[in-house]
Ligand binder design. Structure first.
Ligand SMILES: [Mn+2]
Length: 321
């Protein structure tokens, strides 16, 4: 692992214009990791741009760091080095695959067990709680001091991927890294309120609708929430409003797997899985063309909503055999 890290550090030190690609539908880990890397490398005089496929969820607007969108990047695409963060496979790059493909040096830094090692240089640590935890090590290795803004981004990356340090991926090392970040004086109570304890009115209404639709299967071990597209349109739901609903399904007493089946648009169904103790949902998602972690994963199915519900339930029943 150390070898792989040193090779990447060497490549980054040689780079002059760097594109940073977090995954599509960005979350706290990929955004915090991307902004942290870009702020750190900018300190060393490199040109660095974070390129997003779609806008950030509202709750992450406070993160320090700038970005450009795919269209702006395309017009300005002479990046010599491309760094993908928190993306398990090339599908997670969306349209920005074009930018990846043109890079003379490509780097993949991630912690997903399903990572396909798609770049020239790959650093995949499945024991890291978040990509942010790995980025912290890289910044150290590059001997760049961690300032308040970098610490804020890494704190958000790590705290969101560990569910506020509650999930089983949280380790003593995670807390040691967080302690270092806190030394910079970041306001953790304020950050935690923004990322964990703030809800839009749309989200509240969506949660009410989701609770009404909850269905249980396999003697209460599987809890499923199905959100049809017309409901999402009626409520004016954005991508980030559905965040956390899978966790809600999983939190019902006696449930092992919580599932959210969302009709993003007719024929495009996004499914996310969360499990509590023993069902490996990374396997289930992988068997449906997706990926993720043992306790949190997802996939996209191109079929109608009823078909998707059937397919998902069948896979879940198999997993319990
Ligand atoms: Mn992550």
């Amino acid at each position: 692992m150390m070898n792989e890290m040193n090779e990447i550090v060497e490549q980054i030190q040689k780079a002059s214009k760097i594109a940073i690609l977090p995954h599509v539908d960005p979350d706290g880990d990929c955004l915090g990791s991307s902004f942290a890397v870009s702020l750190a490398l900018q300190k060393t005089g490199k040109k660095v741009q974070v390129i997003l496929e779609n806008d950030r969820p509202e709750m992450f607007h406070f993160l320090p760091g700038s970005y450009i969108n795919y269209e702006a990047a395309e017009a300005n695409d002479d990046y010599d080095t491309v760094i993908c963060l928190d993306s398990g496979d090339l599908k997670r790059l969306g349209k920005r695959y074009v930018i990846f493909e043109k890079g003379s040096v490509t780097v993949n830094i991630d912690h997903h067990a399903t990572n396909t090692r798609y770049a020239q240089y790959n650093y995949v640590d499945v024991n890291a709680a978040a990509t942010g935890e790995i980025v912290y090590q890289f910044i150290h290795q590059l001997r760049i001091p961690i300032c308040h803004d970098i610490a804020t981004n890494l704190y958000v990356a790590i705290s969101t991927d560990t569910g506020g340090f509650k999930y089983s991926n949280t380790t003593a090392k995670t807390h040691a890294v967080i302690a270092e970040l806190m030394e910079t004086g970041i306001p953790i109570a304020d950050i935690n309120r923004k990322i964990f304890d703030t809800m839009s009115l749309v989200k509240l209404k969506l949660t009410a609708a989701a609770i009404e639709r909850i269905q249980f299967y396999h003697e209460g071990l599987i809890c499923v929430i199905v959100l049809p597209n017309d409901l999402l349109c009626d409520l004016g739901v954005t991508e980030d409003d559905t965040e956390g609903l899978t966790g809600l399904a999983k939190s019902v007493q006696g449930v092992e797997v919580g599932v959210l089946i969302k009709e993003k648009e007719p024929g495009v169904i996004k499914v996310s899985f969360r499990s509590n103790e023993y069902i490996d949902v990374a396997n289930i998602a992988a068997s449906l063309g997706g990926g993720g972690h043992k306790r949190a994963s997802g996939c996209t199915l191109n079929m109608n909503l009823d078909e998707a519900v059937d397919v998902v339930l069948k896979k879940l029943e198999e997993a319990f055999k």
